[in-house]
Design a binder for this molecule. Structure first.
Ligand code: AGP
Length: 368
């Protein structure tokens, strides 16, 4: 069927703006709003209590959703997670245990490397879950359990709404795992579900920052290189921010764990390279501030994405602060994705690139 851009200039803009709605739809499929408990749309053919380790495999943006999920599974369910990009998973001869769980994440459900990784895991006797947006896809058909994202058709080559819907599904699964393993009690679960229910509203608030981000993009568009930094679950967001910017604006960007800065990339810092710091006021905030001070001391210009408390406590000269609403730490990756996407989008628009169809890229990579 036909999907149109409505009143938006690009599909990507439309898809960024749809997020409160589609993430809300996805949420409604994974939680019981009345009891405020997780309720997965498919019955799992195993018990999380019997799983020793989870392998998460995907490509590109989907792999960054998996990276965030690693933090969640480990924190909520005390379940060790190994994360791989699909092209590495199959060939590194990882010791896999029969009966363990492998999760595959793919918007299209047709990515060749991810599909091959799924087949490999099945052949090794693992339980398989796919988190897919296209439920008629090959990956959906071939996996033991399908957990759909309800993002609707994603047309822009740069993935946006599929990513945040993947995060929503994975958060629900991680909470379910925590319950099954006795690491979370009913009260913990309700608290986490409460936080998830807030996400669509928080995303709308983040979208309201668009005029400020659009202005900031004029500055970013002048840069040759951009560095993205984050800690904890903001680290995968830094990777995602850098990927998004490269894909559609063709500006070179790198994402780093903030603590890694001094182990190399700090050599690049000068007044010409903007440093985007993703740092909600969370348990690692103070550590990230010290990394920002390292950047500022070398003349680096900082764009700080944080909340009101973070903005108050960040004792550094920053070029620009984007202040998001306060929110529970669990949901920051979903909400901070919005300014990260908007910054890449507006930079690309200023650069005059073909935002929905960037050069050299295909929406789904069906060859190895
Ligand atoms: C995202 O902006 C990219 N275009 C790309 O990294 C994408 O996420 C990757 O190719 C995986 O695609 P899939 O989710 O359809 O498997």
């Amino acid at each position: 069927f036909m999907v149109d851009k409505a009143n938006y200039r690009h599909f990507m803009a439309k898809e960024i703006h749809e997020q409160p709605e589609v993430v809300g739809h996805t949420l409604a499929r994974y939680v019981d709003m009345a009891t405020e408990q997780v309720s997965l749309p498919a019955k799992l053919p195993f018990d999380f209590a019997n799983i020793g380790r989870v392998s998460i495999t995907a490509c590109g943006t989907a792999s960054y959703a998996g990276f965030v999920a690693k933090y969640w599974f480990e924190r909520f369910a005390r379940l060790p997670v190994e994360l791989d990009v699909a092209s590495e998973f199959r060939y590194r001869e990882a010791p896999l245990r029969k009966g363990d769980l492998a999760i595959f994440i793919s918007q299209s459900g047709e990515t060749a490397d991810t599909l091959a990784a799924l087949r490999y895991a099945k052949a090794q006797g693992l339980h398989t879950i796919s988190v897919v947006n296209v439920t008629t896809s090959t990956i959906a058909r071939e996996s033991e359990t399908v957990l759909p994202t309800l993002a609707g058709p994603e047309i822009g080559v740069a993935s946006t709404k599929a990513f945040t819907c993947q995060l929503m599904v994975l958060a629900a699964v991680a909470v379910a795992a925590g319950r099954a393993r006795g690491e979370l009690n009913a009260e913990d679960e309700t608290k986490l579900v409460h936080a998830l229910i807030e996400v669509p509203r928080l995303m709308s608030a983040a979208l309201a920052l668009e005029p400020q981000i659009e202005k900031l993009a004029r500055d970013i568009a002048k840069a040759q290189d951009v560095l993205y930094l984050g800690r904890g679950t903001s680290y995968p967001l830094a990777l995602e921010g850098a990927l998004k910017l490269k894909e559609i604006s063709y500006i070179h960007a790198e994402g780093y764990a903030a603590g890694e800065l001094k182990h190399g990339p700090i050599a690049l810092i000068d007044e010409k390279m903007p440093v985007v710091v993703i740092a909600p006021y969370d348990r690692v905030f103070e550590k990230t501030v010290s990394n920002m001070q390292e950047v500022a001391a070398r003349g680096g210009r900082i764009v700080l994405m944080t909340d009101a408390q973070g903005a108050r406590e960040a004792t550094v000269q920053s070029l620009e602060t984007i202040v998001l609403p306060d929110m529970p730490a669990t949901v920051t990756p979903l909400v901070y994705a919005v300014p990260v996407q908007l910054l890449a989008y507006h930079t690309a628009v200023i650069m005059g690139t073909d935002v929905d169809q960037p050069r050299n890229l295909a929406k789904s990579v069906t060859v190895e």
